[in-house]
Design a protein around this ligand. Structure first.
Ligand code: FES
Length: 113
């Protein structure tokens, strides 16, 4: 069976996590996730994922996910789970949920907050 340079025999991941890294200029009419620390959060989540042995789960920066008022916006596929992240989240718990395919209820994006 043919494989790619990483030894994979088909494209895709068990879970694919996008964290918004978009930044808007001062005075923009909408907020942006980068100004809320999304890139630092992304780095911390990726580092924790490596430490906790996350496998076949891709965590990466995205452009604007268009839920800017509820950011830092994060979406996890294939489930389509939407999270609102902030610098004080329990990253270890998030990683465990990603590993197990479960939902981190504390982080779900809700419009009533
Ligand atoms: S700037 Fe992050 S969702 Fe739009």
């Amino acid at each position: 069976m043919p494989t790619d340079p990483k030894g994979r025999d088909q494209p895709g991941y068990a879970r694919h996590v996008f964290i918004c890294g978009h930044e808007r200029p001062e005075g923009a009419s909408r907020p942006s996730c980068k100004k809320r620390g999304s890139l630092e959060l992304l780095s911390a989540i990726k580092a924790a994922g490596r430490e906790q042995g996350l496998e076949n789960i891709r965590i990466q920066k995205s452009g604007c996910l268009d839920f800017c008022e509820n950011g830092v916006a994060c979406v996890v596929y294939p489930e389509g789970t939407w999270y609102r992240l902030s610098p004080d989240i329990d990253i270890k718990s998030l990683i465990e949920n990603l590993k197990n395919g479960t939902i981190d209820d504390d982080l779900l994006m809700r419009f009533d907050e």
